[in-house]
Design a protein around this ligand. Structure first.
Ligand SMILES: Cc1cc2nc3c(=O)[nH]c(=O)nc-3n(C[C@H](O)[C@H](O)[C@H](O)COP(=O)(O)OP(=O)(O)OC[C@H]3O[C@@H](n4cnc5c(N)ncnc54)[C@H](O)[C@@H]3O)c2cc1C
Ligand code: SF4
Length: 329
């Protein structure tokens, strides 16, 4: 591991100022991703600014009926929170489907959003990788890509974003609040992560030194009828091949409203806006659900070894919506 300096931030201003002074610095949350990448030589920060003890460890109700989740709230605490479990069950389920109990006890909300891809080549410094070393190439296209993207990929990179939590938050229209040297800003979660394009080294729209302080969940009455389903190679302790986060509002036999997002299929949590447009106002039937899934996946560009994901995603979307429609009736 490269030598690095460590500072524990006393407050937000102190944290932001420390990174503003150090272009090769990084914030440290629970360390469950960043420290692993440092051991592998993939991340080589010269300064770590520990922000896990800043006062962002609360889950608060907002006056408009939404909920604010502090950036330092641990994944296990968020998953177990009574408000989250009852009002946003898909988020609790997504968190509990990720990693292990020990990891969730350390992992923070901000760190989870900002964890990096699990593409094998990204984690292996002996291999080229455009995300780790821009311009070096993407061996995954011709090599191992069974778990990589089918939607929104580019010639430069076909990585997927590994977070389960972020997929549920994308479905919920969450908003990420950040503090930078030039002040605060709020970024809709669906715009927070990027597609790879020509700059796969940039996972998000954050500028260097911007600190995530919280994530706001808007009020969503029908999120009580929601679920997160994750398909993976083994029953636990594995990243998603495909996951679906969904909330459904059915009146009579008609879909009144819906939120749908996919994980394991793209460089970012994939909000299924095409499917949602077909579903709203349509009969809550298997035929509609299949049509919506097909529309969402119409632009999928699988490679030889991950074509199964298109079929899998279609089936999981239809299954999840069918189950939620039965529950909603
Ligand atoms: C074996 C294993 C299995 C796993 N399985 C899953 C899984 O199935 N599903 C899943 O979703 N995840 C899984 N994970 C990933 C785990 O969820 C992440 O490692 C964790 O959420 C990262 O959170 P952290 O607080 O430890 O982040 P850190 O490692 O501390 O940081 C991650 C990144 O976030 C940045 N950062 C941290 N806090 C802030 C902040 N406030 N503002 C700006 N930047 C910040 C850091 O600089 C770093 O770039 C797994 C991890 C392991 C090791
Ligand atoms: S898919 Fe992306 S992360 Fe993986 S090797 Fe290619 S450029 Fe690197």
């Amino acid at each position: 591991m490269n030598p690095f300096r460590y500072e524990r931030a006393a407050d937000t201003q102190n944290a932001v100022a420390a990174l503003a002074r150090e272009p090769a610095g990084a914030y440290l949350g629970g360390g469950t991703n960043l420290v692993d990448l440092m051991k592998l030589g993939v991340a080589t920060p010269e300064l770590l600014v520990d922000v896990a003890r800043l006062p962002y460890d609360r889950i608060e109700e907002l006056p408009d009926g939404g909920v604010r989740i502090g950036a330092a709230v641990k994944n296990s605490v968020l998953a177990a929170d009574r408000t989250i479990r009852t009002r946003y069950p898909l988020l609790s389920q997504a968190l509990l489907s990720g990693a292990s109990g020990q990891l969730r006890n350390l992992a923070t909300t901000a760190g989870n959003l900002l964890q990096r891809t699990r593409c094998l080549y990204f984690q292996d410094v002996t291999k080229p990788c455009n995300k780790r070393r821009p311009g070096s190439g993407c061996p995954a296209r011709e090599g191992y890509h069974r778990n990589l993207a089918i939607l929104g990929a580019s010639e430069a990179c076909i990585a997927t974003h590994p977070s389960d939590m972020a997929v549920a938050m994308a479905a919920l229209d969450a908003v990420v609040r950040v503090q930078g040297p030039d002040g605060e800003r709020a970024i809709p979660l669906v715009d927070f992560h990027r597609l790879p394009g020509e700059e796969p080294q940039r996972d998000t729209v954050l500028a260097h030194g911007e600190l995530v302080t919280s994530v706001d969940l808007p009020a969503l009455r029908f999120a009580t009828c929601s679920t997160y389903r994750k398909v993976r190679d083994r029953a636990s302790y594995a990243f998603a091949l495909v996951s679906v986060a969904a909330a459904l509002d059915v009146e009579g036999d008609t879909v009144r409203d819906v939120r749908l997002a996919l994980g394991g299929v793209a460089h970012k949590p994939w909000r299924a806006t095409r499917a949602e447009a077909i579903l709203r106002g349509a009969p809550a039937t298997a035929e509609t659900f299949s049509r919506a899934a097909d529309a969402e996946l119409a632009d999928a560009q699988p490679l030889p070894d991950n074509g199964f994901k298109v079929i899998l995603a279609r089936r999981v979307i239809v299954r999840v919506l069918t189950d939620l429609a039965e529950r909603a009736r």
